[in-house]
Design a binder for this molecule. Structure first.
Ligand SMILES: Cc1cc2nc3c(=O)[nH]c(=O)nc-3n(C[C@H](O)[C@H](O)[C@H](O)COP(=O)(O)OP(=O)(O)OC[C@H]3O[C@@H](n4cnc5c(N)ncnc54)[C@H](O)[C@@H]3O)c2cc1C
Length: 268
């Protein structure tokens, strides 16, 4: 499955989402996973390809001691966000307007239409496009051909209700850093909304309650049976992911080949 396969553009329906994530690359999908798991109605709009898909073999991600195909990893991140309840639209955000008080509206260009998408809060993770922010007072730093969004240490931009994560905030250019930044920014957003302090932990049954404590917000205690069921499901899913080499073609810099996504011919 490639990222675009799971997009459902009928989700742009005029309703208001709790969180709009602009950019479904590493930071955006990690942010969406956290906000969706916190019970916030989350929608991701992504217009193309995480820059990570240009990599040939990622060898510095936590949990992959032998490395991993970057296109497979991007698909797994997508599946993790949607599996935890985030919706996904394939389109380009061309304008963002509004405020925390009145809500935000994004203009989203999809293959066949331009539609409005409404959200209470927005996470921007659209490396490297900030053009759609021109009508909002979001502080942006010009650095030659690149532009970076100014945030506080936890991902809040200079506009209340708008957050930013990933390379677009001038973080170091590694996937684990983008993922961590997406998670941190999402938790900041969760804390800023009505949600109580949030951990997002899964603990064994009794871990809190056998000590006379309530299960904290965003935590879960699961039984040994449930733990085994989840482990088995995880093993089956990972076996499926790693059964065959990934079918997507290698990407390179788009300026090097005659393909808008930088796909090179297969060599096998
Ligand atoms: C050749 C290459 C090799 C690399 N190798 C490694 C490596 O080995 N290890 C490592 O840790 N890192 C590596 N990186 C870096 C890593 O890919 C990035 O640091 C990481 O992907 C940044 O995550 P991000 O979420 O900020 O941006 P991205 O993952 O690029 O995500 C941004 C997303 O926003 C979307 N978007 C942009 N504008 C809009 C818009 N207007 N509307 C909707 N969507 C939009 C884009 O299509 C994209 O999907 C490599 C990068 C390259 C180029």
């Amino acid at each position: 499955m490639s990222t675009s396969d799971s997009a459902d553009n009928s989700l742009i329906d005029g309703g208001t989402h709790d969180v709009l994530v602009i950019g479904g690359g590493v930071s955006g999908l990690m942010a969406a996973t956290f906000t969706a798991r916190a019970g916030l109605d989350t929608i991701v709009v992504n217009d193309g390809e995480s820059i990570l898909r240009r990599n040939a073999h990622v060898e510095n991600l936590p949990g992959f001691p032998a490395g991993v195909n970057p296109r497979l990893f991007a698909d797994m991140l997508q599946a993790q966000a949607t599996g935890n309840g985030a919706d996904h639209v394939s389109g380009t955000v061309t304008e963002l307007t509004g405020s925390l008080k009145e809500g935000f509206t994004a203009m989203v260009e999809t293959e066949h239409a331009t539609s409005k998408l409404n959200a209470d809060r927005v996470i921007i993770s659209s490396w490297s496009d900030v053009s759609y922010l021109s009508s909002l007072p979001v502080d942006i730093r010009d650095a030659g051909s690149k532009q970076y969004i100014e945030t506080d240490a936890l991902g809040r931009s200079t506009v209340d209700g708008i957050y930013a994560a990933g390379r677009l905030t001038e973080k170091y250019h590694q996937a684990v850093i983008a993922a961590g930044d997406g998670a941190e920014t999402a938790i900041t957003l969760i804390h800023d909304s009505e949600t109580p302090f949030y951990n997002d932990w899964v603990a064994p049954e009794g871990y809190f309650t056998d000590r006379g404590r309530d299960v904290p917000p965003g935590c879960e205690e699961i039984s040994a049976t449930e733990k085994r069921a989840r482990e088995r499901a995880s093993m089956a899913a990972m076996q499926e992911y790693f059964e065959e080499p990934h079918s997507d073609r290698q990407r390179t810099h788009p300026s090097l080949v005659d393909d808008p996504l930088g796909r090179v011919p297969t060599d096998e």
